[in-house]
Design a protein around this ligand. Sequence first.
Ligand code: LLP
Length: 431
Amino acid sequence: MDYFNRISGRLWAEDVALADVAKAVGTPAYVYSRATIERHFQVMDLSLAGVDHLVCFAVKACSNLAVLQVLARQGSGFDIVSAGELARVLRAGGDPAKVVFSGVGKRDDEIAAALRAGILCLNVESAGELQHIASVAQELGVRAPISLRVNPDVDPKTHKYIATGLKTSKFGVSFGEAEQLYLQASQHPHLQVVGIACHIGSQILKVAPFVEAIEKVLTLVDRLRKAGVHLDHIDVGGGLGIAYRNERPALPAELGQVIVGITQGHGLKVLMEPGRVIVGNAGVLLTQVIGTKSNEDKQFVIVDAGMNDLLRPSLYDAYHQIELVEDDSGRQRVAVDVVGPVCETGDFLALDRELPALQRGDLLAVKGAGAYGFAMASNYNSRPRPAEVLVSAGQFQVVRQRETLQDLWHGETLMEPGLANQPDSAGELPR
Ligand code: LLP
């Protein structure tokens, strides 16, 4: 459930009319509902109430400081994949003791930053990485808390780019290798084995793949226990899907209940790393119609948000509902392509979509844009990234300013005179 509703014809985020936000902030802009984020966190947290647990929000889904702060205040932990995400979590008041560090390529300086911050656990993805972590820990004179991310070879039945738990993917280590590595790690003076992790993919709609993966991981936990390696926690990853269109994803409560059921009696704390299910439906992208055009028999609505602002439709063919912000009743419906201003045919927000007939100046809300929306935005085509706005208790606040043109070349320099005078490779100055 979210708090974006149409009342008296107009779209609202909680008690704030989206048209008012667009008027004050401009477009494109991401708008998040704090009440929705809090509710989703609480539902997820409650779903695991039957077992000692920690919900670690996957920062990559939406890394705005204010959003992280909302979650930190709820007691959330965080799943990070870079030193940048760690810095954001700390800046937002997150507790490092509730941070897990995932990802297939952690640099030594990132490992060191995590160890210095005193995070809960590094989820290790290969034998080589275990070595790197051990040597960084040795240099720092600490013991690194680690889990191995195992690859359970389960098909999560999702888009191939976001299926991560198949043995053909780059993620995790096989069960056989994991057993060896656990035995090595448990003897190492600078490693402390604390858990085991898996993450099989994203936008997973059913409970069954989670069950299959967790049951497989638990067999390994048992084998390890027999071999004298005792773990404190199992991290079941993230991945629960949301309804973008007419999907019927399993409810957090269903998933939680099943996880509690199968992990009970194993003496393990349960960690979970949800991203999308917490913030996906807690955010919309506001965009304005620049104009319309038709080529042959196709009709296009050109809006001021493009693939650089919301990449999901272009990259995954993802479906996002699009609604007129103001009253849409009484308008005829027509099938259109909603496209952005970026110079690629792949730049679209919707294809062949039946929408109320749109005209220049209309405001649209692209729904389900809270997860992997701003987080994947870029400056492609030298387009400043959009503003981010948080609605809370009847008010709204800009929690990230729209980028300015100067921001576009932040950190860049013009050539110094010496360089500018260098002849080009053909021995001539460019004219
Ligand atoms: N944990 C790990 C190790 C992950 O790799 C991910 C997501 C998550 C947790 C959170 O998964 P979630 O609960 O959000 O499904 N950009 C794509 C999604 C990429 C997911 C990457 N990993 C999209 O827009 O659909």
